[in-house]
Design a protein around this ligand. Structure first.
Ligand SMILES: [Zn+2]
Length: 214
């Protein structure tokens, strides 16, 4: 029996790193859910929803949300590997539809970190606007000349994404959007496990949960 594992992460906690560290070398047993791949697979398999979606895609139109959701649920049901979802469900409607289709995640893993740590990291991160080289201020890896990239001479500064206001806004959106979803899943009996990504053994904790629930 294959499992569905839902991963949520507060913005800036390093979810992508955890996922790629875990998935590295495990591609035969685990798959990271991709809506694009599911749409292509449904089309190739010629399912009713897949063909409907294809008719929109071929005209260069956006596939309507309900068709996408249908394809995703179908893809989740037919998954041949343990499926890890990142960013699905995103809404209460999607969560409810998933549960109604009898797709009950084995676990929800929520990656969190103290907000001040994430904010501090963002505020101390500066990048070259030309070549993307990253520098940090708090652990003393600033560019040799203030504001100038060591590598290419480009302008170094904070990304808009890392401005305090933007970071705080992302936290707020996460709380209003994701926390109610967790509640819906929890009420359906899904176990919610939380990992603090500032722990030294964060990858080991993540791996242990993944293996336990798959
Ligand atoms: Zn540069």
């Amino acid at each position: 029996m294959k499992s569905t594992i839902v991963v949520f992460g507060m913005p800036g906690v390093g979810k992508g790193t955890r996922l790629s560290n875990f998935l590295d070398g495990r591609e035969t047993d685990y798959e990271l859910m991709s809506v694009g791949n599911m749409l292509r697979a449904a089309r190739a398999a010629g399912t009713e929803l897949g063909l409907k979606a294809a008719s929109y895609m071929d005209q260069g139109l956006l596939v309507p949300g309900e068709i996408v959701n249908g394809v995703v649920l179908e893809g989740m049901k037919n998954a041949e590997k343990n499926l890890i979802t990142d960013g699905f469900p995103r809404t209460i409607e999607q969560a409810t539809a998933m549960l109604e289709a009898d797709i009950v995640p084995a676990v929800v893993i929520e990656l969190v970190a103290p907000k001040d740590v994430v904010l501090d990291r963002a505020l101390n991160r500066i990048v070259c606007k030309k070549c993307g080289e990253a520098y940090t201020l708090n652990d003393y890896r600033p560019p040799k000349v203030e504001g100038i990239c060591d590598k290419c001479g480009g302008e170094v500064g904070r990304r808009k994404d890392d401005e305090e206001e933007t970071v705080l806004e992302r936290f707020a959106v996460y709380e209003t959007d994701t926390l109610p979803l967790l509640k819906v899943l929890e009420e359906a009996g899904v176990e919610i496990c939380t990992i603090d990504t500032t722990a030294d053994d964060v990858d080991a904790q993540f791996e242990a949960l993944m293996l336990k629930y798959s």
